[in-house]
Design a protein around this ligand. Structure first.
Ligand SMILES: *Cc1c(COP(=O)(O)O)cnc(C)c1O
Length: 392
């Protein structure tokens, strides 16, 4: 008989009861150092006092009222996002996929309004991940996401990630936009080079294309800057954000330049998106991430983590073949099955997440300190040693 919870996940045998900072405690008392952060979501760790206070306060006032009315929390957060980014205007959603859908609809409607409705196609990258809706699996283009869900939503072409020549060659009169994750996440933690991101901006300008960045996973401070595009010294035209934005409360956002803000009343909407509870959570996350020195702290701890991972790979050549990543979005590539390492780490109390290309991904909360890195490295070293002995 099928489980009452639809079995779309192969879940680990554990249920968590409480969380505090970088740690989770399970119902059976086991304690875990959380370097998965609920898939890069709990950016401030679990139960950050400022988030808890903000959400408690809002919960006693107003949860939801719909977008038929003004929502002061949206106005506040949107202004902060506009001030902190390239964007002129922001649409709030409940998830990353919805933020992506909003961006994709913006592209189609922009060209429709410009009298060029034939320019509906978006060039995406192989190995991408943009969500699980019909349009975002088509944008991702990976067969394991698309299998069984034909017909594929039309309008997406794919080229190799990191290759500007292929990108240029794929442009046709039907192309309207380029969509890229500046750091591919689910695909296996592949950071773009800054030259690539700059080159995409040049190509988009040359051909009059909309440059759409998916920073759902890489954004909100994980790279050591608020968004990865800042490292490249360029700006996209449209950007999807989610995961870390609400620190664990479901909220996403689509950020847009005024020039491409093609959605007007009646063309797009959401019942839940941007409700007062979500905005209280996201504004509280912003309070902390924008605090003087916070992002510099992320960069410093990320540098230590990266150096430690490099040493780990050098120490265990039979188990690990590579480290790659950017900021607090790092991964090690396994020689054996990545799930075997994830399971060893789990047994020793460290949570990490498998991703594509046989990597184990680390996307810890941004509030981790050197001691958390050192604790994780002790567990990683012991687990790699054990795996190495097993294979020897
Ligand atoms: C997680 C993710 C999404 C989808 O977000 P959901 O909230 O799961 O819909 C989209 N793009 C990227 C890069 C992601 O990592």
């Amino acid at each position: 008989m099928i489980e009452a919870v639809m079995p779309t996940y192969a879940r680990a045998e554990v249920a968590f009861e409480t969380g505090e900072g970088a740690y989770l405690t399970a119902t059976d008392g086991r304690r875990f150092l959380d370097f998965g952060a609920g898939i890069a979501v709990t950016a401030l760790g679990h139960c950050h006092p400022h988030l808890v206070a903000a959400l408690r306060d809002q919960a006693g006032k107003l949860w939801h009222c719909s977008n038929l009315y003004r929502v002061p929390g949206q106005e506040k957060l949107a202004e902060r996002m506009v001030d902190a980014t390239f964007a002129d205007t922001v649409f709030f959603t409940n998830s990353g996929a919805e933020a992506m859908e909003c961006g994709l609809k913006i592209i189609r409607r922009h060209f429709d309004q410009a009298g060029e409705p034939e320019r509906y196609r978006v060039i995406c990258c192989a190995n991408a991940f943009h969500g699980r809706t019909l349009a975002t699996i088509a944008a991702g283009g990976q067969s394991h996401l698309l299998d069984g869900f034909d017909p594929v939503v039309d309008g997406f072409d794919h080229v190799a990630f990191g290759n500007l020549n292929e990108m240029r060659a794929a442009i046709t009169p039907a192309t309207g936009a380029i969509l890229v994750e500046p750091i591919q996440g689910e695909g296996g933690i592949f950071p773009a080079t800054m030259e690539y991101l700059k080159g995409l901006r040049e190509i988009a300008d040359e051909f009059g294309l909309i440059l759409f960045f998916d920073e759902v996973q890489s954004g909100m401070g994980r790279s050591g800057k608020l968004f990865v595009y800042e490292w490249a010294g360029i700006e996209p035209d449209v950007m999807a954000v989610a995961k870390g934005l609400g620190g664990g409360f479901p909220v996403g956002a689509c950020l847009v330049r005024e020039k491409f803000a093609s959605l007007v009343p009646g063309t797009h909407g959401t019942t839940f998106g941007g409700n007062p509870l979500a905005m209280a959570a996201a504004n509280a996350v912003f309070d902390v991430v924008l605090t003087e020195g916070f992002l510099a702290g992320v960069e410093a701890v990320a540098t230590r983590f990266r150096a430690s991972l490099e040493a780990l790979v050098a120490d265990h050549p039979g188990v690990l073949s590579e480290v790659r990543g950017f900021g607090l979005m790092q991964a090690v590539k396994c020689v054996g099955e990545n799930k075997a390492l994830v399971s060893k780490l789990f047994d020793r109390g460290l949570l990490a997440i498998p991703a594509g290309d046989n990597v184990v991904r680390f996307v810890p909360p941004l509030i981790i300190e050197d001691r958390h890195v050192d604790e994780a490295m002790t567990i990683l070293d012991a687990s790699c040693r054990e795996l190495g002995e097993g294979s020897a």
